[in-house]
Design a protein around this ligand. Structure first.
Ligand code: MN
Length: 229
């Protein structure tokens, strides 16, 4: 195959303890997957099935790179999230087989232009420009599932801003578990190796100023540091 212009670079994420990187195909995100965060956003978590949105793969921010404060917002928010990296894809994946499709896990930050999201919600418009801006998908080094004692279905997830604790929850508080998310998402679209899924954030989201350092910590995974510049 030859192209009229050079082919774009394949986005990728580092792998803990390895020189090889994880090549990324698509980035999916789950909305409102912790009851306390759904409530803080004004929704009833008991009544809503999971819903999904996407970020472009080239919106990745990796290797603890700084985040340039994005344009067209005055309300940039952090969202600490467990990221699932798929090693196998498929459609209509049964919940019981979903764990076999996961290659690894990472700490992530679903950066959000909250003011643009609020406007999109109010006007019934898509979330793309609130969620999928450049560098909006921050992802720490991926730890292979094989290197973990078990699937991260429980354990602390937290974020700090300039050393102050802002979010603290437990992975067991997710409304939809990782296997359920993979299974349900695979009914919507065919999943494939290289897909990342951001699995939602606990309560305590808030705004970031230029110069702030936000750190996402998840038990057993590499922490994710992002300086807003
Ligand atoms: Mn999120």
């Amino acid at each position: 195959m030859s192209y009229v212009l050079p082919a774009p670079v394949t986005p990728s994420v580092p792998v803990a303890g390895r020189a090889e990187r994880f090549a990324v195909r698509r980035i999916f995100c789950v909305g409102r997957n912790y009851a306390d965060h759904a409530r803080e956003m004004g929704h009833d978590p008991e009544r809503e099935p999971p819903f999904f949105f996407s970020k472009p793969a080239d919106a990745l921010l990796t290797d603890d790179a700084p985040l340039p404060y994005p344009p067209l917002t005055a309300d940039l928010h952090y969202e600490a999230e467990l990221v699932v990296a798929l090693g196998h894809g498929g459609s209509d994946i049964p919940v019981g087989q979903a764990p076999d499709h996961v290659w690894g896990y990472a700490a992530g930050n679903d950066f959000t232009r909250r003011d643009l999201q609020a406007e999109a919600k109010r006007l019934g418009r898509p979330w793309d420009m609130a969620k999928g801006f450049d560098h909006s998908a921050a992802c720490g080094a991926i730890t292979p599932a094989a290197a973990l004692a078990g699937p991260p279905d429980h354990g602390r997830i937290a974020s700090t801003v300039d050393g102050v604790l802002r979010q603290q929850g437990d992975l067991s508080q997710m409304i939809w578990s990782v296997p359920e998310i993979v299974a349900i998402l695979s009914r919507h679209v065919r999943l494939a190796a290289g897909d990342l899924i951001f699995t939602g954030t606990p309560a305590g989201v808030g705004a970031l100023s230029r110069g702030a350092l936000v750190v996402v910590e998840i038990d057993g995974l590499a922490p994710l540091h992002t300086r807003v510049i």
